[in-house]
Design a protein around this ligand. Structure first.
Ligand code: ZN
Length: 297
């Protein structure tokens, strides 16, 4: 085992020297750390866009996992929401750390601000132009007539917390809006397991902005980054839950076994979340044929 230890030490040494392991590395805590070899999220893409104010700040860097999560979730949201795009505000600055202006966290490439989906005064879909502060009834306080689109924002949260690309630890959000999302989820018969996970993930932070004008997503450290000093703050429960899920490969096999014309069925692959993941596996069958195994494992 000594060679293994030696190899690990050399790798850690390389990271210290800036050579890295060929992927992004999130180092330290979200509010005291930095980002090495981060990826820049383009200003627009399939299903998402940013606005001038955030483009100019250039806090657009994240870990591989975060950027993968954002582009994938935006792409999947586009299948449900065709008339407006997801508006992505700040990630981290290049290199992260305290250079990130306007934020206390956002230092390690694992945080991103997203705008709520909105509707205008006539109830029509409205692609967010800027952050608007919402009151407890989810209506803008600035007289613009805008309101949070609860069903679409719930759909976004659901995509985030079930995404295979990265495990989401927190979706920071104004409590009254979170309550509305959860009520909507219950009313529309979303699976109990998804609602339970949403309850654990949605949180109005006690020590910072109450997030009444945007939502803030934080992902867990990847296992590889943890070895380089990435530190998660707060409960690890959701990560353990995600790691206990069947692997993408098992889900794909189960989906294939349950496909029409399949010779036999595979026992054991039941449960709401499994069914949700099977849809992802099914999409892979018809689409890209192969989804890479979750990188954070
Ligand atoms: Zn934020």
């Amino acid at each position: 085992m000594r060679w293994l230890l030696l190899a690990a030490m050399m790798l850690a040494g390389c990271a210290e020297l800036g050579l890295g392991d060929g992927t992004s590395i999130s180092v330290g805590k979200p509010s005291n750390g930095y980002l090495r070899d981060g990826v820049r999220l383009p200003d627009r893409g399939d299903g998402w866009v940013t606005r001038e104010v955030w483009r100019t700040r250039n806090n657009r860097f994240g870990t591989d996992e975060l950027v993968d999560l954002l582009t994938s979730v935006a792409h999947r949201m586009r299948g449900q929401v065709r008339d407006v795009k997801l508006v992505v505000a700040d990630l981290s600055g290049k290199g992260g750390g305290e250079r990130v202006a306007f934020h206390r966290s956002h230092q390690t490439g694992r945080d991103v601000d997203l705008l709520y989906y909105m509707r205008d005064a006539n109830g029509q879909p409205f692609e967010p132009d800027a952050m608007h502060v919402f009151d407890p009834t989810a209506h803008a306080v600035d007289g613009s007539g805008l309101a949070v689109d609860v069903p679409r924002t719930w759909a976004l949260v659901k995509e985030l917390i079930t995404a295979p690309e990265a495990p989401v630890q927190w979706v920071f959000m104004y409590e009254p809006i979170a309550q509305r999302l959860l009520e909507h989820a219950q009313r529309t018969g979303e699976p109990d397991a998804v609602i339970a996970r949403a309850r654990k993930t949605l949180k109005q932070p006690g020590d910072s902005a109450r997030h009444d004008d945007h939502l803030h997503v934080r992902i867990y450290c990847s296992a590889a980054d943890r070895a380089y000093g990435c530190v998660d703050i707060g409960p690890m429960e959701l990560l353990a839950e995600r790691e206990a899920e069947p692997s993408q490969l098992a889900v794909l096999a189960a989906a294939l076994a349950h496909a029409p014309g399949a010779p036999t069925s595979t026992p054991g692959a039941t449960g709401a979340l499994v069914a949700g993941s099977a849809a992802v596996g099914g999409a892979a069958v018809g689409g890209a044929l192969w989804l890479p195994l979750r990188r954070w494992r």
